[in-house]
Design a binder for this molecule. Structure first.
Ligand code: B1M
Length: 210
């Protein structure tokens, strides 16, 4: 599919307007939102990351590619979240302190909404105190922590410790995820659930609230 290749290329070079146009065009041509996501946008950002690691891309390139993808995600959001599913639970989500990556977290939120969860998004750089306050206020079924850097993953443990100290650990299911996170790491910090991507996160969440 030519359009998917072009969408991949334009995301890679961070051409925001072209990415928006191609996303709209793809939908008009009958391509599903999942196809655009999993066959163009996400693979393109993976390549951006690979180029960054090799030193072929720098932070500005990573930033504009991320912005281009975020724009496309806003077009896809209503389509991915619209299923008419019954409300099945509440999730508080945030990217941990020290970490500004939010595209993956936002995608998880969209999928949660599509599955019938009410999502309270605390944004990025969320401190343990802020997570604790939100759990107290909203009494969610699940609290989700995203971390995208090996240097910010230890915040999972800090967040869990803060919940324990506040006497809330037993009242909420803790889920963790993000690019460098593994099931092993999730087990080590004492999380209740881990998922590698947004679709798996929904499956896991449904399993855990049962
Ligand atoms: Co940064 N970055 N970045 N970055 N960035 C990564 C994450 C990196 C892997 C790139 C690389 O080297 N290959 C690398 C981390 C290496 C590591 O620690 N192991 C990295 C780095 C090093 C950095 C900086 C330190 C660079 C620097 O300044 N020298 C810096 C850190 C800033 C900070 O946070 N303090 C930085 C900055 C940035 C930008 C701001 C420029 C931009 C972010 C824009 C934004 O998010 N608004 C950016 C980008 C775009 C990336 C890459 C290229 C793409 C991330 C992305 O959106 N992917 C990324 C490379 C990569 O991931 N391969 C990279 C698409 C997204 C859909 O996937 O985020 O994995 P992902 O989310 C998935 C899953 O992880 C999962 O579901 C999501 C959807 O399927 N998931 C969950 C996520 N949260 C979950 C929670 C769950 C369950 C599943 O339960 C609660």
């Amino acid at each position: 599919e030519e359009l998917l290749t072009e969408l991949y290329d334009r995301t890679l070079t961070g051409n925001g307007p072209a990415v928006l146009e191609l996303t709209r065009q793809g939908l008009a041509d009958g391509l599903g939102p999942e196809t655009l996501l999993y066959e163009a946008l996400i693979p393109s950002l993976e390549e951006v990351g690979a180029r960054f690691e090799r030193g072929d891309f720098f932070v500005p390139e990573m930033l504009i590619a991320g912005k281009a993808m975020a724009g496309a995600l806003e077009i896809l959001r209503p389509l991915l979240a619209e299923t008419g599913a019954d409300q099945i639970g509440t999730v508080v989500m945030g990217t941990v302190k020290g970490d500004v990556h939010d595209i993956g977290k936002n995608l998880v939120n969209i999928m949660f909404e599509g599955a019938g969860f009410q999502v309270i998004d605390l944004g990025v750089q969320v401190s343990p105190e802020k997570f604790v306050d939100a759990v107290k206020t909203h009494k969610p079924d699940i609290v989700g922590f995203s971390a995208f850097l090996t240097t910010t993953m230890p915040m999972f443990k800090a967040n869990i410790n803060a919940l324990t100290k506040a006497g809330l650990r037993d009242q909420v299911i803790v889920m963790v995820g993000g690019a460098p996170v593994t099931q092993e790491y999730a087990d080590v910090v004492g999380a209740d659930g881990y998922a590698a991507d947004a679709s798996a996160a929904v499956v896991k969440a449904k399993e855990l609230i049962r």
